[in-house]
Write a protein that binds this ligand. Structure first.
Ligand SMILES: [Zn+2]
Length: 64
């Protein structure tokens, strides 16, 4: 991991924490998980409700 990539990921995580997404079914705070694919310079993101066990959103974004 180089510093530039690491900074981008940390910045993105901070944005997510700030937004504090909640489950639309039970209102519990969603847990975000990230899988970093360095070969393709992409981060796969998903939000899971621990109460419902529902995965709400998954998206990819590029590391700049
Ligand atoms: Zn829920």
């Amino acid at each position: 991991m180089n510093t530039k990539q690491e900074t981008a990921v940390q910045k993105r995580k901070q944005e997510i924490i700030t937004k504090e997404f909640c489950c639309s079914i039970c209102g519990s705070k969603l847990e975000f998980t990230h899988f970093i694919d360095y070969d393709n310079k992409r981060v796969k993101e998903s939000a899971i409700c621990n109460e419902c066990g529902v995965r709400f959103q998954t998206r990819d974004f590029e590391l700049n």
